[in-house]
Write a protein that binds this ligand. Structure first.
Ligand code: CO
Length: 487
């Protein structure tokens, strides 16, 4: 008899990151944290990803204070965070001393499980963070950025999982950020990884294409130990599958967990209120599922911004060409996974290629990928593109790890903070390294929480009803009225 699968609860991190632009405030979390702690989840995902940026930039909160406050009210359940390897929670690499200090500060503030990934799946970019997590007493979790390409195979992901376990990862996560994981692949991938690693395997997905619930089901059938679920309405759509739904779905399989459904309904009711409060940041685009993403693999969150960007460039009629060009650019760049920041880099380069001709203009970020500054790409870089970039920059691709070229920064960061009259602590320094202006404003008390009220959401049909005149027969008389007048 196999043991029940356990759930990580993501409502306090990925749930609102995916469905409400990461805007849930600490004050909106505190009323239910004890209740969440009592549920017996494997872990509560509360931190990392875009949370730290959002706390500093929009909510005028010290993110470490949030973590301490949450941990105080939920001491029983391990807390989980998402860490972008050498990029910490930013878009470019930081030196090892900053990564190590960040990991130590997080663990000191109450963090337990650090889920560590790299956008290119370059294992060298997760090593420092995994080793530091172990050293400072946390649980290092190695995450594979799942993507589909000719160079990404079950074997390549298994190899990476094995390498991460050897590096010290105490569990492995299949991180499907765009929701591309088909149920059959989930089954095969989990089976293959479970056959080669001893540590627990977690599956993390998004229901963007409508596949995640079934992919989870298949993964559990194949022996996955843990799945990531959220609580509606901060679930489904571009978010994780809903906890209650997955519990129901697994009933009768022999692996269903037993989380108290009454309490889950109460939590759902509570979060419906918070979802209303955050309506300025929610959108039907995130709530629906769209299988179209499978065609171009663009993460759900990126698509609406990207379409706007194309319109602004006067390229609204070029969408299909640009989307096809993205696949070509991705191939030339060694089939890099499309996840922040690589999705934006590939999108922008594809747009430039369509507008000006292929590789007539090469963006700086694209050059950095080609030159290996982000890490080793999964497949080889196209030889012609490599030559162009080397000729234009006068540089050769780097062989080693990008972060090896970066000098330690912690001492200088603390000196800078002290010179500004701010606390020269490790916590302040690691935040300041990533978000200097925002950290300064939060620490000197000048930061103000963003105030945004919801724009009235007028449906297209209402708009049409106001203006469209139709000929209708009312009480036997033919009239020319607007649809609204008819109502
Ligand atoms: Co996610």
């Amino acid at each position: 008899m196999s043991k029940p699968v356990v759930f990580n609860q993501t409502v306090l991190r990925d749930g609102h990151q995916s469905l409400a632009a990461t805007r849930m405030k600490t004050s909106q979390m505190l009323p239910v944290v004890e209740k969440l702690d009592g549920m017996g989840f494997n872990a509560l995902e509360t931190w990392g990803g875009a949370i730290i940026d959002s706390c500093l930039r929009y909510l005028a909160e010290n993110p470490f204070d949030r973590l301490r406050a949450l941990k105080k009210l939920s001491p029983k359940t391990p807390h989980q965070m998402l860490l972008r390897g050498q990029n910490i929670v930013q878009y470019q690499a930081f030196p090892d001393d900053v990564v190590r200090a960040f990991v130590k500060c997080s663990i000191d503030a109450g963090m337990n499980n650090l889920r560590i990934f790299d956008a290119l799946n370059d294992i060298r970019n997760v090593k420092t963070a995994i080793e530091a997590t172990k050293e400072f007493g946390g649980h290092p979790q190695g995450a594979l950025s799942y993507t589909i390409s000719p160079v990404h195979t079950i074997e390549s992901f298994v190899k990476m999982a094995v390498e991460m376990e050897e590096m010290g990862a105490e569990s492995i996560t299949i991180k499907d950020m765009a929701g591309l994981l088909l149920p059959r692949v989930a089954f095969d991938l989990v089976k293959a990884i479970k056959a080669k690693v001893k540590v627990p395997v977690t599956v993390h997905s998004h229901n963007t294409a409508g596949l995640a619930n079934t992919a989870y089901y298949a993964a559990v059938e194949a022996g996955a130990d843990i799945i990531d679920c959220s609580i509606a309405p901060f679930a489904n759509g571009t978010g994780q599958p809903d906890t209650l739904l997955m519990e129901e779905m697994l009933t009768g399989t022999g692996r269903a967990p037993k989380y108290n459904r009454e309490t889950l309904f109460e939590l759902q009711k509570y979060f419906e209120g918070v979802y209303q409060e955050l309506s300025a940041y929610t959108s039907p685009d995130n709530e629906r599922t769209d299988v179209g993403i499978l065609r171009y693999q663009v993460p759900g969150g990126m698509m609406s911004n990207f379409l706007n960007q194309l319109k602004e460039q006067g390229m609204g009629d070029k969408v299909p060409e640009v989307m096809n060009e993205m696949t070509y650019v991705r191939e030339c760049l060694g089939w890099i996974p499309l996840v922040t920041p690589t999705s934006q880099i590939v999108g922008t380069q594809a747009m430039m290629n369509v507008k000006m001709g292929r590789w007539k203009m090469i963006a700086q970020n694209t050059k950095d990928i080609v030159l290996g500054k982000y890490g080793k790409t999964p497949g080889p870089i196209d030889a012609d593109v490599m030559k162009l970039v080397c000729d234009q920059t006068g540089q050769k691709p780097i062989e080693g790890r990008g972060a090896d070229l970066l000098a330690p920064r912690m001492d200088d960061l603390k000196k800078e903070l002290a010179a500004k009259g701010l606390p020269a602590t490790d916590e302040a320094a690691v935040l300041y390294a990533m978000f200097p202006q925002q950290t300064e404003a939060v620490f000197n008390g000048t930061a103000k929480p963003e105030v945004k009220t919801a724009a009235p959401k007028v449906s297209t049909s209402t708009e049409i009803a106001k203006t469209r005149r139709v000929a209708l027969t009312v009480d036997g008389v033919r009239k020319d009225v607007t649809v609204e007048e008819y109502k």
